[in-house]
Write a protein that binds this ligand. Structure first.
Ligand SMILES: [Ca+2]
Ligand SMILES: [Ca+2]
Ligand SMILES: [Ca+2]
Length: 204
């Protein structure tokens, strides 16, 4: 008897825990963004189709951008700018950029009228050894992420490499609440059910 009740109680207690964080991992195609070439900039557009559900209804609590096994092609000074964009075409698009500085802060990009904010600026990523860089969005960037998703149910990540970064893949890890926590009424029903079970077994 005690085991049965314990299991029910554990099931109730574990419901809010399970809801506290599932992680969805998104990867661009190609995953290595063609090794982030110096003479290019890249946009990676993400929307409901990309994530497989309504992006606006996805309760994202954390976002982490990962560059796996990244190295610069040589040991010279280098910069990698990463920006959060309101929108971009779905998937990966590549544009020409040979000018020094973050493409997404140029007047050419401003002319598109697309809202954006800086995510992270890496400098002098080593030639050797390869490292895995994980960047966690801060609070201000999370609120911009929500704002950009609210506008058209999409957002994008922009990359401007100077120089050329070999890597084994880029990932965006989104932590979200997968299911709503049971409402008090549901919890009441479960509790009532377990009480009935308890009484029946006691009568036996
Ligand atoms: Ca570039
Ligand atoms: Ca540039
Ligand atoms: Ca948007």
């Amino acid at each position: 008897m005690k085991t049965g009740l314990t299991l029910i109680v554990l099931a109730i207690l574990s419901a809010p825990l399970a809801a506290s964080g599932a992680v969805m991992t998104l990867t661009p195609s190609p995953a290595d963004l063609n090794d982030l070439d110096h003479y290019s900039y890249y946009t990676w557009g993400i929307n409901s189709t990309t994530v497989g559900q309504d992006l606006l209804g996805l309760p994202i609590t954390k976002a982490v951008l990962v560059f796996k096994n990244i190295t610069n092609w040589d040991s010279s000074p280098n910069d990698l700018w990463v920006d959060l964009l309101d929108t971009a075409p779905t998937g990966v698009r590549t544009g020409a950029d040979a000018a020094a500085g973050d493409y997404f802060t140029t007047s050419a990009y401003a002319a598109t009228g697309i809202a954006h904010t800086s995510l992270v600026h890496y400098t002098n990523i080593p030639y050797y050894p390869a490292s895995t860089l994980s960047y966690t969005f801060n609070d201000a960037q999370m609120s911009n992420l929500y704002k950009y998703i609210a506008n058209g149910k999409d957002f994008a990540i922009g990359f401007d490499p100077e120089c050329h970064y070999y890597n084994s893949g880029v990932e965006l890890q989104l932590t979200y609440c997968p299911t709503p926590v049971p409402e008090p009424a549901t919890l009441g029903l479960i509790a009532a059910g377990s009480l009935v079970l308890f009484r029946r077994r006691k009568l036996k």
